[in-house]
Design a protein around this ligand. Structure first.
Ligand code: AMP
Length: 190
């Protein structure tokens, strides 16, 4: 699930995972849990998350690697928030090749206008009080998305894996469109 901050990737990844009985693996959720637990990884990640910068690739791979291997063994997963840059995508691909039995089958890009994203993020800031949902950090996270993550859209399009989905509709409508779009991929995602 690939999308700018506020586009609903957490919500939609959870819905899609539920629909297909898959595990939902969210890099941001895993990082926040490590930070709350005060682990070494959490301490290494905290300042990056609070600034809205990407956590170093090695830290992310250390947390996600074992989760992905185990989820793949148990029927697959919906990945939310990873990869976030080209280097992560290449390392994930390498890991999948090394381990075997892990295959990237589809990439969902949720498209939402920037103004709508701002509106949603500020509403979430009030509701959830996430440390990285301040006005300044939100703008920085958009910059990071544009510079680091957006290039992955073309990368996955080139590999024939990308599904561009209009994420501006309500939650149920977007969830339906995603399921419908993936049903065209045959039994790969069943
Ligand atoms: P998210 O919950 O996906 O919006 O992620 C929240 C924050 O966690 C991001 O702004 C980054 O600081 C960090 N983060 C999440 N996923 C990654 C990733 N794959 N690579 C680097 N940093 C990440």
């Amino acid at each position: 699930m690939l999308a700018a901050p506020g586009a609903g990737k957490g919500t939609q990844a959870r819905r899609l995972a539920q629909h297909h009985g898959l595990e939902h693996v969210a890099s941001g959720d895993l990082l926040r849990a490590e930070i709350v637990a005060g682990t070494a990884v959490g301490r290494a990640a905290e300042s990056y998350v609070n600034r809205g910068d990407l956590v170093p690739d090695d830290v992310i791979l250390e947390i996600l690697g074992p989760r992905l291997k185990s989820a793949a063994e148990h029927g697959g997963y919906v990945l939310d928030g990873f990869p976030r840059n080209r280097a992560q995508a290449e390392r994930a691909y390498q890991m999948a090749t090394d381990v075997g039995g892990i295959e990237l089958q589809a990439v969902i890009h949720l498209e939402v206008e920037r103004e709508e994203l701002r509106r949603r993020m500020l509403a979430r800031a009030d509701a959830e009080s996430r440390s990285d949902d301040t006005r300044v950090t939100i703008e920085h996270r958009f910059e990071v998305f544009d510079a680091e993550t957006a290039p992955l859209i073309g990368y996955y399009e080139g590999r024939g894996l990308l599904h561009a989905i209009d994420g501006s509709q309500d939650v149920d409508a977007v969830a339906d469109v995603i399921v419908e779009a993936l049903s065209g991929d045959g039994d790969e995602v069943e």
